[in-house]
Design a protein around this ligand. Sequence first.
Ligand code: HEC
Length: 131
Amino acid sequence: MTLAPRPRTLLLAALAAAAATAAVAQPAAAPAPTPPADFSSCGFCHEVKLGAAASLGPNLFGVGGRKAGGLDGYDYSDGMKKYGQVWTADTLAAFVLDPAKAVPGNKMDFPGANDAASAKAIADYLMSLKP
Ligand code: HEC
């Protein structure tokens, strides 16, 4: 009877492989770039993963290089639609530092980052969210 143990051996091998895959997949599933501590408040309203649906605010994955107010299917304010700029490290930092001043009439309920260094760190992080 050499055939009997085989299915079990295969099953154990499959389970071991699945366990190994799960162990490896854990860190890989986390977002590659690490957000700065100050980004935590943004996370209440924004997803930052490829393909994630909008929450209160639009998904910010791939926001760098995107036209402001340009994510299909998100209901932007008129202010954001009129802004007309492309998001770069500079436009993002200005918006994050003082949203109301940078994009008048926007509907993002956030007063602004603590200081320019914090805004820059957040902007650099957002620019790194690319496929
Ligand atoms: C209370 C919820 C809320 C918080 C907190 C918040 N946002 Fe927003 N955000 C929004 C909403 C709503 C919009 C859409 C604004 C509009 O249409 O005027 C938006 C828009 C944006 C946009 C423009 C996106 C696009 O597709 O053009 C960026 C960039 C952005 N937020 C970054 C941030 C960052 C960075 C933080 C943290 C520093 C933050 N937001 C915190 C709700 C929020």
